[in-house]
Ligand binder design. Structure first.
Ligand code: GDP
Ligand code: MG
Length: 163
């Protein structure tokens, strides 16, 4: 079976944007499925000759009273369970939030290889605030801009190194 890479993190950090970009890498090489829907949760990806499945999740949310929260949280937990490598996505512009800390706690307990993607960093040589995410205890944060595809090659190198 092909290795599974799951994207997890609280809502709105850029998981789906990163997912589209990772899935798009394969499309750039194999142009045999035009118009493939972009809203699927599972998609094939390839980097440096290595094929894997990338999984997007709705995001782990913890607020009380949010009727969707338990379902979304469950979805993320299942994704973590089946994953070989997890990419935790955070929003470097917002900094570390309590939700990030809770997601990180789940991942530390999951005992699976994790790559920490500090997203929305459009100028990582100038803005070093993303280094604050070190405190999540998941290793070195890799600054990326999913929307512009900046430094996503570094992220993918880190992911396939753990497959
Ligand atoms: P998700 O809820 O984690 O799946 O996040 P989305 O992929 O839906 O993105 C949430 C918002 O963040 C959208 O408005 C995106 O356009 C924006 N976004 C995603 N990636 C980036 C990025 O690299 N830089 C910036 N500035 N915005 C981004
Ligand atoms: Mg999304």
């Amino acid at each position: 079976a092909r290795a599974i890479v799951a994207l997890v993190g609280r809502p709105n950090v850029g998981k789906s944007t990163l997912f589209n970009r990772m899935a798009g890498l394969r499309k750039a090489i194999v142009e045999d499925t035009p118009g493939v829907t972009r809203d699927r949760i599972y998609e094939q990806a390839e980097w440096a000759g290595r094929e894997f499945i990338v999984v997007d999740t709705g995001g782990i949310r913890f607020e009380e009273g949010d009727i969707l929260a338990p379902e979304v949280k469950k979805q993320s937990e299942l994704a973590i369970e089946e994953a070989d490598v997890i990419v935790m996505v955070v929003d470097a512009r917002e900094g570390v939030t309590p939700e990030d800390e809770m997601v990180a706690g789940i991942l530390r307990r999951a005992n699976k290889p994790v790559v920490l993607a500090a997203n929305k960093v459009e100028d990582f040589k100038k803005h070093l605030g993303y280094l604050d995410f070190y405190r999540l205890g998941l290793g070195e944060p890799i600054p990326v801009s999913a929307i512009h595809g900046m430094n996503t090659d570094e992220l993918l190198d880190a992911v396939i190194a753990l497959l």
